[in-house]
Design a protein around this ligand. Structure first.
Ligand code: AMP
Length: 283
């Protein structure tokens, strides 16, 4: 497995590859969820490349950028064991040279709602870095997890509207055996907080149960999700049932008439902010 830190080295390696190239963009601290994206990438492409980059522009002031876990040797070993062909692990100085005036890439209708209300600069940072990674690596396919559902919709919109020549492969959320969505941030949780964190998946399961039983009022479902999370000591940021593509609020839940709806939750367990989501009523 080769590694590149400099953009010029990555471009050289890329130019030597024939056939389809898949990129799995990550911030490292790899877990089984990330590895499942890499395995999917190997099914849809001839070469799997992974980027490891804790992107400063997608963190807001006071967020966990400096303490975000960076177990680089461990991450490289996991990539190697999973059959990854090359890793692009640039430093911030390579991606954001101080002399470069920044450009703005954004999906305005999605970037200010839900996560964007709590992290106002987050999706601009995500779009900018993903655009850079696509332009540097030039993948045919890029794999993203449904775990970060809003991010996935933002990237799909960016790629669609800007006609980027890359196919986005949406991959399922991997969970621990008790349902907690795998996340690099789960390492922050104490044993007690780890139990409380189950409030997110429990609230989503409750939402699914209600919608499956015929509940059509999004506010009734949202209220039940909030109560469920609060019962688990989760400090709720939001719990919403939204349109699966536009993420706009719904007047009524009509899963049979649409592609389903998506329930999205976010909250704090102690100092740790967690998100999760579930498609409801989709096939
Ligand atoms: P991150 O390193 O958190 O930026 O995540 C890199 C990619 O892995 C993103 O596309 C995430 O959506 C995806 N991902 C993170 N956690 C999971 C999970 N539990 N299951 C599937 N994909 C995930």
């Amino acid at each position: 497995m080769w590694q590149a830190q400099q953009i010029s080295d990555l471009r050289q390696r890329r130019s030597e590859l024939q056939g389809k190239v898949a990129l799995v963009p990550t911030m490292g601290a790899l877990h089984e969820g990330h590895l499942s994206l890499m395995r999917r990438a190997s099914e849809v492409a001839d070469h799997v490349l992974v980027s490891l980059f804790v992107n400063p522009t997608q963190f807001g002031p006071g967020e966990d950028f400096t303490r975000y876990p960076r177990p680089v040797a461990d991450d490289l070993a996991k990539c190697r064991e999973t059959g990854v062909e090359g890793v692009f692990a640039p430093g911030p100085e390579h991606i954001y040279p101080p002399s470069q005036l920044p450009a703005d890439v954004n999906v305005p209708s999605l970037s200010g709602i839900l996560e964007g209300e709590y992290r106002p600069t987050h999706f601009a940072g995500v779009c900018r870095v993903v655009m850079k990674l696509f332009n540097i690596v030039q993948p045919d396919v890029a794999c993203f997890g449904r775990k970060d559902y809003q991010q996935l919709k933002v990237i799909e919109a960016m790629v669609g509207d800007l006609n980027l020549p890359v196919t986005i492969e949406a991959c399922p959320t991997l969970r621990e055996s008790d349902g907690l969505a795998m996340s690099s941030r789960n390492v922050y949780l104490s044993d007690e907080e780890r139990r409380h964190a189950l409030g997110l998946i429990k609230s989503l399961q409750e939402a699914k149960k209600m919608v499956d039983a015929g509940e059509t009022d999004p506010e009734v479902v949202a209220k039940a999700m909030v109560q469920n999370m609060q019962a688990h000591q989760v400090e709720v940021d939001y719990a919403e049932v939204r349109h699966p593509t536009t993420l706009q609020p719904l007047d009524i839940i009509e899963p049979a008439l649409t592609q389903g709806v998506v329930a999205l939750v976010a909250g704090h367990v102690g100092q740790t902010r967690l998100i999760d989501n579930m498609l409801l009523g989709a096939d």
